[in-house]
Structure formats: structure tokens, C-alpha cells
Design a protein around this ligand. Structure first.
Ligand code: ATP
Length: 235
């Protein structure tokens, strides 16, 4: 479904990504593991059109999408839920969700259906639909950010560190929601530092260090890898 071939991204003299090769099949849940600054967000930005690869190609559903604008990527079915959520804190929960549904502009029924699906998944967002986004708890804001990304009914959703800063109980809920999103038919690419939780729900994973893929494998292979256990699982 998604294929990155030798993707390289430079910021001036700094090479943030170096020949990245990543594939995601339709229906999969794939995790990118890596420490702060490893390059996970830059990989997402390259896919979503926010940063341009200097070298390499990105294909989605058989077509080259390298150089597409971010809103074009949303239209072809790829949406990114950024780290730090990037909500509009003074707008209501529902207004934030509507912003995510811009691809359905002029199609009232589709917009209504999308909103209903998001409220089905996140009941708390329905309860708080008229509250300002800024008044929500950290976990609720993360749910709103994911909900907003789902409003466009993406084929592939990229979630950047959805568990960051959340209490352990909420992290557990968050991962079970991500699994549910995947099981309902949306392909998921997840960037995480919480390897333990992410590998429990992922099919496969890639380990990113200094802008390069240093290891890849099934979740079980990565979970049982000594270096991964030492660096990311702490066992
Ligand atoms: P984090 O979780 O901290 O975001 P990450 O794995 O997502 O980590 P990136 O944000 O992709 O890492 O950053 C990779 C490297 O590229 C870092 O060294 C970062 O400082 C650098 N970088 C990212 N964006 C830019 C930019 N616009 N200009 C210059 N350097 C950048």
C-alpha cells in the first residue's frame, strides 16, 4: 500500500533521513520505534508532504506521491496525527473535528457520518462536543487529535507518539483504541518510544536510529531482540 524507497531528507547540511526503505501492506499496523530525534516525525512529514525528500520515492497504492501537498495526501487517503496534537484550543471539540472533515466539504451526509463514527469510537468527545478543546485532559486531547484525523476517513493513518505524556492507564486505553481503528479496516503507521505497548498491538516494526532503519521484523522478533529489550523495553 505504502512504499518508501531510499528516502533521504536534508535540512541544509544536516541529513535527517538517510536512504529509508519502509513498506506497509493494506490492513497492517506497523510501528516505527526510535528515540527522540531519531527521525520518526521526519518520515511522517515526508509521507504527508510536509517535508520534501531530496532523494528517493514514495508510492501509495501504486502511484508516486512524492512532492504531493499535504491536502492532496489527505484526499488520496493518507492522514497524519501529529505529535503535540496541534488542536485549536479555543474552538469546541466538534469544531475541531469538523476541521478534519474538510475533504467532505459540500457533502453534508458524509460529514455527518464521519462525525457519528468518531463519536461512536470516542464517547467522551460526544459528551464534551461543546467544550473548548483546550479544556480537555491530555488523554482526551489526544483522542480529539486522532478523531480529527479520522474525520477524512483515511485509508492510512499515521499516529506520531500518541502515548506521550499520558498516564499509564490512559496509555493502555489509547493503544486499545488504536487496535480498534486498525481492526475496523484502517491501516496504521505508528511512531512510538513505548516499544513495550506498541509491539503488543503491531504486526511488524522498524527501528529508526540517526535517520536510518537499523532493524526490522515482526513484533515478536523485535520484542525478543536483546538490543531492543535493552534500549526500549528495559528488561
Ligand atoms: P521526536 O520524537 O523528538 O520528534 P523523531 O524521531 O520524530 O523524534 P525528528 O523530529 O524526525 O525525530 O527529527 C530528526 C532530526 O531532524 C532531529 O535531529 C531534528 O532536530 C532534525 N530536524 C527535524 N526537523 C528539522 C527542520 N525543520 N530543520 C532542521 N532540522 C530538523
Amino acid at each position: 500500500m505504502l512504499k518508501l524507497t531510499d528516502v533521504t531528507v536534508r535540512f541544509g547540511a544536516f541529513q535527517a533521513l538517510n536512504n529509508i526503505n519502509i513498506e506497509v501492506e493494506e490492513g497492517e499496523l506497523v510501528v516505527l520505534l526510535g528515540a527522540n530525534g531519531a527521525g520518526k516525525s521526519t518520515i511522517f512529514n515526508a509521507i504527508s508532504g510536509l517535508s520534501k525528500p531530496t532523494v528517493g520515492d514514495i508510492r501509495f497504492l501504486g502511484e508516486s506521491v512524492k512532492g504531493n501537498s499535504p491536502d492532496r495526501m489527505v484526499k488520496v487517503g493518507v492522514v497524519q496525527c501529529p505529535e503535540g496534537k496541534k488542536l485549536f484550543p479555543d474552538m469546541t471539540v466538534q469544531q475541531n473535528l469538523m476541521m478534519g472533515g474538510f475533504v467532505h466539504r459540500g457533502k453534508k451526509t458524509q460529514l455527518k457520518n464521519s462525525l457519528e463514527e468518531v463519536y461512536e469510537l470516542f464517547g467522551i468527545l460526544r459528551d464534551k462536543k461543546d467544550d473548548s478543546a483546550g479544556s480537555l485532559s491530555g488523554g482526551q486531547q489526544q483522542m480529539l487529535a486522532i478523531g480529527r484525523a479520522l474525520m477524512s476517513k483515511p485509508k492510512l493513518i499515521m499516529l506520531d507518539e500518541p502515548s506521550i505524556g499520558l498516564a499509564p492507564l490512559i496509555v493502555e486505553q489509547m493503544f486499545s483504541i488504536i487496535q480498534k481503528i486498525n481492526q475496523s479496516g484502517t491501516t496504521v503507521l505508528l511512531a512510538e518510544q513505548n516499544a513495550n505497548a506498541a509491539l503488543k498491538i503491531a504486526d511488524r516494526g522498524y527501528v529508526i536510529e540517526n535517520g536510518a532503519v537499523v532493524l526490522k521484523g515482526s513484533s515478536a522478533e523485535l520484542f525478543n531482540n536483546d538490543a531492543i529489550r535493552k534500549a526500549y523495553i528495559g528488561a
